[in-house]
Write a protein that binds this ligand. Structure first.
Ligand SMILES: Nc1ncnc2c1ncn2[C@@H]1O[C@H](COP(=O)(O)OP(=O)(O)OP(=O)(O)O)[C@@H](O)[C@H]1O
Ligand SMILES: [Mg+2]
Length: 237
């Protein structure tokens, strides 16, 4: 059996990997934004100039089609960048970040949302906030992609020793046992929860909606930053 020291080492390692992954995502976001995004904007500008010089309708139509495709590509790139980078977390915090994710889904699908969130999340460790944000993002992505639900719910409850996140929908549901091999979403959520000494439970039946529940352990891992722990950290630094 694994000792608690071994378990601690493994979740420490997973957290470091998640941190490295977030750092890598920030780098990719920067490159996509500064290089690819800029290049597409220059291309757009040049195409517009060429459009002004078009000699006949046939040429005009082709350039307009290219411009339309380019606009869709720029829009798609914006969405990729927004998904990659949780900048909203740094700027607006976890709670607003979750509200924004829910709004986005509501706007794109017409689904109704119900949110039950704490007033603020400042006491949670930053890495844990990223993990929770990513889990909500992934779970709502699944709701959008698979559920055909009319309503979804996001609940986050933070107590002294744990944070419990639930995302539920009233859609078509699935059989969790056979679903895990289909993609990376549920696996990723499981890894995030484990990295914070927690767990993932999926409850769903075909035709009966779906609920994912992640529990993050706040006590042992320094996932909380109330006065005591930040003092300890500060003095260890
Ligand atoms: N809310 C949901 N409603 C209905 N089915 C779902 C829901 N969430 C997940 N599933 C089912 O579980 C499967 C596995 O989900 P998972 O997120 O791991 O992978 P994916 O969404 O298929 O691919 P990826 O997340 O890698 O893009 C899905 O293919 C889908 O069949
Ligand atoms: Mg998925």
């Amino acid at each position: 059996m694994s000792s608690s020291k071994e378990i601690e080492d493994v979740s420490d390692l997973s957290r470091k990997l998640l941190q490295a992954q977030e750092e890598e995502r920030r780098r990719i976001t920067r490159e996509l934004h500064d290089d690819t995004g800029q290049a597409l904007m220059v291309l757009r500008f040049q195409l517009e100039m060429v459009l002004g010089e078009a000699e006949n309708n046939e040429q005009k139509t082709k350039i307009q089609e290219s411009l339309a495709l380019l606009d869709r590509t720029i829009e798609a790139l914006r969405r990729i960048i927004a998904r990659l980078s949780p900048r909203v977390l740094e700027e607006l915090g976890l709670i607003t970040g979750i509200q924004k994710l829910a709004q986005l889904l509501t706007r794109h699908t017409g689904m109704k949302s119900r949110l039950s969130l704490p007033a603020e999340s400042a006491s949670l460790d930053h890495d844990l906030q990223v993990a929770i944000y990513r889990a909500v993002q992934e779970a709502l992505h699944n709701v959008a992609k698979h559920s055909r639900a009319s309503t979804f719910t996001v609940r986050l409850a933070v107590s002294r020793d744990k944070a419990v996140l639930e995302i539920e929908d009233d859609g078509v549901g699935f059989t969790p046992r056979t679903a895990a091999d289909r993609g990376f979403g549920l696996k990723g959520m499981q890894e995030r929860a484990t990295a914070f000494g927690g767990s993932l439970k999926v409850r769903s039946h075909p035709g009966k909606g779906a609920r994912v529940r992640l529990v993050f352990n706040l006590e042992e891992q320094g996932n909380h930053t109330p006065a005591g722990k930040s003092l300890r950290r500060a003095s260890a630094a």
